[in-house]
Design a protein around this ligand. Structure first.
Ligand code: G3H
Ligand code: ZN
Length: 288
């Protein structure tokens, strides 16, 4: 089976992107896997520190390993937005394929120093783990928001990207290019969309020369996704849209049968709703 690096190299060559979908329960993971299997594409699944606290770090790794070992399904696990070295080392030892060491909340010099330290520590545990670093502020939560998070606005420059990658030796870079974590209520209502700075993405890619991830994918304009992938994005993260679908699917299932108590009869409603979102994003990211 291909490694994650090989999957990303292949995606980069073909100007497509690998979808990265977060999960915090078995219903969402089942939905992601079913959608990717049906579309016959590799997939990245991610668990943030909060999602890991709920699921268990080693338990998330065991779940994904069992799915991968079943018929060699190409599913890869990412330790999303990891803010401390201890949590990064825990994920590396648990067998994660990628770790996002996110020190973007720190001043520039500290972000560079901490990320460099994390790259060395993670690679010393397992050199094949891909390490991603982040620059710029794009908000922190995959939730429905009343307003744009404070402090957003400054976008990554190509020169910052070049310096950061050179100094830290990350394998993957997450820049700020108009993206934002979470969805504004107007985005949920379908009257607003996130718009990306495509020329900037192309310039950052040319300067950084590493894989690039687009975080905060929920609520993004479809055409911008396609153009961003052509310009150099190889991984796209989606979370809030899945959480919203999970909740709506659950609510509809309960509304259909208000007396239902068996989780395995109620939760398929959530699985189906999440699966539809994952499939539509996968189809878009894989269209050439
Ligand atoms: O790491 C997670 C993502 O960047 C998700 O962002 O909730 O806006 O889709 P999103
Ligand atoms: Zn993110």
């Amino acid at each position: 089976m291909q490694t994650l690096r090989e999957v990303l190299e292949d995606a980069e060559r073909r100007h497509i992107a690998v979808g990265h979908f977060n999960f915090s329960d078995l219903a969402a993971l089942k939905a992601i896997v079913e959608a990717a299997r049906e579309a016959r594409v590799p997939v990245l699944v991610g668990v943030s520190e909060g999602e890991r606290a709920f699921l268990g770090t080693r338990q998330a790794a065991a779940l994904v390993a069992s799915l991968r070992n079943e018929n060699g399904f190409p599913i890869f696990l990412n330790a999303d937005h990891t803010h401390s070295l201890a949590k990064a080392e825990e994920a590396a030892k648990a067998g994660f394929d990628e770790i996002i060491f996110d020190a973007s909340f720190l001043p520039w010099e500290e972000n560079v120093a901490e990320t460099r330290r994390a790259v060395e520590a993670i690679k010393s545990i397992n050199p094949s783990i891909l390490v991603e670093g982040e620059i710029g502020y794009i908000g922190t939560s995959s939730e429905i928001l009343d307003k744009t998070p404070e402090g957003m606005g400054a976008l990554t420059t190509p020169e910052e990207a070049r310096q950061f990658v050179e100094a830290t030796r990350v394998d993957v870079l997450a820049p700020a290019v108009g993206n934002m974590h979470g969805m504004l209520k107007t985005m949920v209502e379908g009257v607003a969309e996130k718009r990306l700075d495509i020329p900037r993405i192309a310039a950052i890619k040319a300067a950084a020369r590493v894989f690039m991830t687009l975080h905060g994918g929920s609520g993004t304009n479809d055409g911008d996704f396609t153009r961003a992938i052509k310009a150099g994005i190889t991984i796209v993260h989606i979370n809030t849209e899945l959480r919203l679908a999970w909740r709506r699917g659950l609510e509809s299932a309960l509304a259909r049968d208000p007396d239902a108590v068996a989780p395995y009869k109620i939760l398929p409603g959530a699985v189906e709703a999440v699966k539809q979102v994952v499939r539509s994003r996968i189809d878009l990211f894989n269209s050439q």
